[in-house]
Design a protein around this ligand. Structure first.
Ligand code: CA
Length: 241
């Protein structure tokens, strides 16, 4: 496997130093940006395999804004993001996951934990390579091993979390899964209180794969329970949420 590049976006030198050392030791190429504009410039130029993104940054652009901008840029929208947050930034953490971050680590953290999370997110981004075969639901074709998706014949760029969510739904086509079940299946752990983050990922997924996201044909909301994926022969769901 070619060397993978990780971009650390953080302004506190001692955190940058320790995370950089551990990632380098784990075999990654490491880039560092100390603020938002530098981070966005490096992502565009270097296309890192993953961004370790601190939320508290100097200047006018915080980590949430960087996350938002990456997810809104079609060329960069599938860049995996691992957030660094302080224990007190619970709301920011939820917003970050809702904006499409793939995982988070809470400060103070052990650098080993950061490396483990980086590995886990990258593994999800690559796919495991063991689950060969295509999953087809209506006009959506998912190549789980190749980690690619087409909708109506067009390639769709998904974040690792969106991809895993779609695969989980597709493997359970026609079955309703609760938000908690989806959280557990998509992330390695169930984040208590974060089940609404699933709603944001579903909303982003719909925007990318549904012919008309306002009247979903594939991903249906099951009120009071969760979501299910159905084939295209079903009637589109009436606009609701
Ligand atoms: Ca910081």
């Amino acid at each position: 496997m070619p060397e993978q590049t990780i971009l650390i976006v953080e302004d506190e030198p001692h955190i940058v130093e320790v995370v950089r050392d551990y990632l380098k030791q784990a075999g990654y190429r490491v880039l560092v940006a100390g603020d938002g504009p530098a981070a966005l410039g490096l992502v565009r130029r270097e296309r890192p395999d993953l961004v370790v993104l601190d939320l508290m940054l100097p200047g006018g652009m915080d980590g949430l804004e960087i996350c938002r901008r990456l997810r809104q840029d079609p060329a960069l929208a599938d860049t995996p993001i691992l957030m660094l947050t302080a224990r007190t930034e619970e709301t920011d953490r939820i917003v970050g996951l809702e904006l499409g971050a793939d995982d988070y680590v809470t400060k103070p953290f052990s650098p080993r934990e950061v490396v483990a999370r980086v590995r886990a997110v990258l593994r999800r981004a690559r796919g495991t390579g063991t689950q060969a075969g295509l999953l087809c639901v209506g006009g959506i074709v998912i190549d789980a091993a190749g980690h690619s998706v087409t909708a109506g014949g067009q390639p769709v760029a998904l974040t690792p979390t969106e991809f895993d969510l779609l695969v989980v739904l597709a493997r359970n086509t026609g079955r309703t899964l609760s938000r908690n079940q989806l959280l557990e299946l998509v992330y390695d752990v169930a984040y208590e209180g974060y089940d609404r983050a699933i709603d944001s990922h579903v909303r982003n997924l719909r925007r990318k794969i549904e012919p008309d996201p306002g009247r979903p044909r594939y991903i249906h909301t099951v009120y009071g329970v969760g979501y299910k994926l159905t084939g295209a022969e079903d009637e589109p769901q009436e606009p609701s949420d």
